[in-house]
Design a protein around this ligand. Sequence first.
Ligand SMILES: *Cc1c(COP(=O)(O)O)cnc(C)c1O
Length: 401
Amino acid sequence: MSTTENAIASAEAHSAHNYHPLPVVVATADGAWMTDVEGRRYLDMLAGYSALNFGHGNRRLIDAARAQLERVTLTSRAFHHDRFADFCTRLAELCGMEMVLPMNTGAEAVETAVKTARKWGYRVKGVPDGMAKIIVAADNFHGRTTTVISFSTDPEARADFGPYTPGFEIVPYGDLTAMRAAMTENTVAVLIEPIQGEAGVLVPPPGYLAGVRDLTRERDVLFIADEIQSGLGRTGKTFACEHEGVVPDMYLLGKALGGGVVPVSAVVSSAAVLGVYRPGEHGSTFGGNPLACAVALEVIAMLNTGEYQQRAAELGDHLHHELGLLTGGGSVQAVRGRGLWAGVDIEPELGTGREISEKLMERRVLVKDTHGSTIRIAPPLVIGKEDLDWGLEQLREVLRG
Ligand SMILES: *Cc1c(COP(=O)(O)O)cnc(C)c1O
């Protein structure tokens, strides 16, 4: 057996099969490129589902992490540490908000948002105890905890994991009329992705986000934007909501916030909303730890230059132009997305998304399928234009058959 086959066989023997990875075993990575255990190089066109927006081994981020590793890595929130205030202040500034509640993973940020919205509903809005409702969209992806999968519509994500947490209303994504109809006095929040990533990079109809903003404001309901995948530069702006000039009541951030180095997530909102917490009511041992804050501070500084957003916008225009040329030619049905982020629906007779991904892997390009015959393209924002073009050429070759 090859080194690759060995590594895969032993992973399969000793790890739960909750993933179906492509058969590549990565050993090192740099920028947009990964090298496997046999020395083969692959172009990373997934970027850890946007956790690697700044690329692998980004110098600034690795240096920030290394410097912090030598100072202090963990204090717990039982004590203050000297990176915490800066992190919260800078992140709130980046978001145009007032307060931050740091967690680690995206799912924890979503859980925190659910708890915050409920508490805000009871303490501030005056919803009767136990009655709070949160409106979510069909085909959402917000993480994997029992509460979060309770409002998933994906049978794979939900089946056999009940009983489910109540208190959620599911409406079709992009449908303002349905959202309005689902709203009652007990609605405390609307939780949506401004672009649905896992669903296939679905961009809502124009005016949707602005409509959600108007409706939630009118009904005294919190607008929670899950920007865990769409945020921090991916779409060509810091937040995907900006494409409609919309500012929600709460941003949920994760993935790229940790710079591909450590898990860092956060709920960012106003003092009126996050101010509902009292000591002991919520927390996390690792949330807001010094290492996480040091890395995230560097991420925020990098985003403050605007360079990465601009790069995503420019390369994204190029990506969408090139992908657009493929549609209607018998191999690609549709392309969606914004910035350096695309969902590509391949003609089903050319193969499933998985099969296309495997063929791309043979050509040394790594992408990930979503449902059916859709693949998603989301390279690190630092990818070179020539590398992006080379990756697209491999896609054209695969589609040519
Ligand atoms: C990835 C993701 C999450 C969950 O993040 P984890 O860090 O995997 O828990 C939540 N929401 C969206 C939109 C995501 O893309």
